[in-house]
Design a protein around this ligand. Sequence first.
Ligand code: SF4
Length: 300
Amino acid sequence: MQGGERYNSIGNWLKNYFGSKTVKLSIEAGFTCPNRDGKVGYGGCAFCSSGGSGELSSTIEEQIELLSNKWPDAVYLAYFQSHTNTYAPVSVLRDKFYSALSDPRISGIAIATRPDCLDEDVLDLLDEINREHFLWVELGLQTIHKETSDMLGIGYDLACYDKAVSELRKRNIRVVSHLILGLPGESREDMFESVRHAVNGGIWGLKLHLLNIVSTARMNEMYHDYIPFESIDEYTDLVVDLLEIIPEDITMHRLTGDVPRSILVAPQWSYKKRTILNEINRKLRERNTFQGKALLNNEE
Ligand code: SF4
């Protein structure tokens, strides 16, 4: 961790790695999702908004134009975020990924996908890209608990996720896992177990999502009055506790949620992203703690 930071934020990690502010450009590459088109299921995971969990994307050109005034020296990564970005014939994937990488302003790519969409030929392509370019692959784990996963209708099991992590790691590909905090029926210990499983699997990065119930997701009908956490205080206490059990070399890509306010149903305070992050930092300082601290204590 650098610059007095108390957790290993991906922003700082990338700045150190590339030597400049690094910005992810969200790419809408036109993929769909097997949990929406019927191959695995219809309607998507219960928490997923109809935009495929990535409403904020526009083209590389438009985004760089907007950002270049603010950060003239920024390094850009193309982030294939919406839907399932390895769900297409490998020739199509090759075209899309190399088309982004052929732009001289793009220094690497990040690919979000499902663990059940990583066939051997896709892994070979990712391996090839990873040898020449900066790459990470994001996988949605969300929870390790079968009952919750079944309720969400995710459509793959923990063994499938574990195998995908292992196949990517075998090829030295950086893996970022997603977990959701505040899922219905899950206790604090359930969330700790999910985090422990994820961080013990050899991942490079982790996203902790605050569960946001959005008007366009199935969950809004299933759990209309459900509020994942009553307050910012309750949520940030949990995040700080979780950071203590996450090894310090794991890059933290997200500590809260991020959905457009126009579709946010609950928790209503979730759009205050800056306040939530400030509160996490304040509590880390106040408790004089940091990412991985509980693991250091265990080693003593
Ligand atoms: S969360 Fe991902 S896997 Fe689930 S429906 Fe949305 S795009 Fe598909």
